[in-house]
Design a protein around this ligand. Structure first.
Ligand SMILES: NC(=O)C1=CN([C@@H]2O[C@H](COP(=O)(O)OP(=O)(O)OC[C@H]3O[C@@H](n4cnc5c(N)ncnc54)[C@H](O)[C@@H]3O)[C@@H](O)[C@H]2O)C=CC1
Ligand SMILES: O=C(CO)COP(=O)(O)O
Length: 322
């Protein structure tokens, strides 16, 4: 019988597995590829996604999903655009479990966040969201981090907070999973905007403006969708916005930086903000919320306008109160 399994052996799933195992939990890390799992078993690290970070002894890797799903608690660490398909395809294995979703984004097809995807597909599962400022490498290196664990039920959240806190991950609890997941999803789009601005040489004052006004539009949409305003000011909103918009360790910020400076893009890197920007632009239009920065990011990514044209449009908007 497994204790906690992590489904998806990318950088984040692997980092969480390492930190939890170091803190004494018995962890199973599932990857879909037999080859990747054999390599992890032989080398005792994830050379592909998190090289140089050694696996503790009590971390096992498997490609047998049914075996991994004998654990009562499953952390879902596949990218956002894969989440709905993964849950649908493996419904019978995961539908009665406690599921902790670790991905940050909005589904492009349905414009839903992870919570709605999971609740719609797996109505009998207990659902929680884990989000907040934390780079996988920092977690795996044992550096201090603080994240938010959110769910609808106090007892579930309390149990998971105690179980998933580790020596270097301090978990705060929340009963606002929607606010937590939207903070994590929306900040990626603003991070792309900041990368674009810095890459195109628009300067750090422009970045500060994008972060602040980006935060305002994150709040507008999240509140309209029913989130608690205080949640957006917490780790999963403001906290992750600051981290992601200011560090080249962020793939979203770096993606913008590369586009802005004309550098080559690696299409195999997971950049959640790209699909999420498109999904959020549609979602916000549908609910009548103005998100000018997200709209500009979408138009730049689609090649409809240049970065300098986007800057002009944003500066020329009607003047208003802050
Ligand atoms: N890397 C980081 O520092 C952090 C990442 N996250 C979030 O975690 C999520 C995953 O990101 P990473 O692990 O960094 O991505 P990654 O690009 O390192 O890995 C993604 C993994 O998912 C696997 N995968 C893709 N589709 C799959 C499917 N259908 N079934 C099974 N496995 C599948 C890939 O093979 C790959 O191993 C994202 O939503 C990201 O925003 C959250 C916090 C920090
Ligand atoms: O979410 C993250 C940090 O909290 C990781 O950001 P990136 O996906 O941009 O690398």
């Amino acid at each position: 019988m497994r204790e906690i399994s992590i489904l998806g052996a990318g950088a984040f799933g692997t980092a969480l597995a390492i930190s939890l195992a170091r803190s004494g939990r018995k962890i199973t890390l599932w990857a879909r590829s037999d080859e990747a799992v054999s390599a992890m078993q032989n080398v005792r690290e994830n050379l592909l996604r998190l090289p140089g970070k050694a696996f503790p002894e009590n971390l096992a890797a498997t490609s047998d999903l049914a075996d991994a799903c004998t654990a009562p608690i499953l952390l879902l660490a596949v990218p956002m655009q894969q989440l709905a398909g993964f849950c649908e395809a493996n419904k019978t294995l995961i539908q009665h479990k406690t599921l902790v979703c670790c991905c940050k984004g909005v589904d492009l097809k349905s414009e839903r966040g992870p919570l709605a995807v999971l609740e719609d597909t797996l109505p009998e599962a207990e659902i929680a969201i884990l989000s907040g400022p934390s780079f996988a490498v920092d977690i795996a290196d044992g550096l201090p981090t603080a994240l938010t664990l959110a769910g609808r039920r106090q007892d579930t959240v309390d149990r998971l907070q105690a179980l998933l806190t580790t020596e270097n991950i301090r978990l705060y609890s929340s009963l606002d999973p929607l606010g937590v997941e939207f903070g994590g999803a929306l900040k990626n789009v603003i991070a792309i905007a900041c990368g674009l601005a810095i890459g195109a040489g628009l300067g750090e004052s422009a970045r500060a403006a994008l972060m602040t006004r980006g935060f305002a539009e994150m709040q507008r949409l999240a509140l309209r969708l029913g989130a608690d305003p205080a949640t957006l000011s917490g780790l999963s909103g403001f906290g992750d916005l600051v981290l992601t918009c200011t560090s080249e360790k962020s793939r979203n910020y770096s993606h913008g930086l590369k586009l802005g400076s004309g550098a080559t893009i690696d299409p195999t890197v997971t950049v959640e903000g790209v699909a999420t920007a498109q999904a959020v632009a549609r979602l916000s239009q549908g609910v009548g919320i103005d998100m000018p920065i997200t709209t500009a990011v979408t138009q730049i990514l689609n090649g409809q306008i240049s970065i300098s044209e986007a800057a002009e449009v944003l500066l020329a908007r009607p003047l208003k109160r802050e």
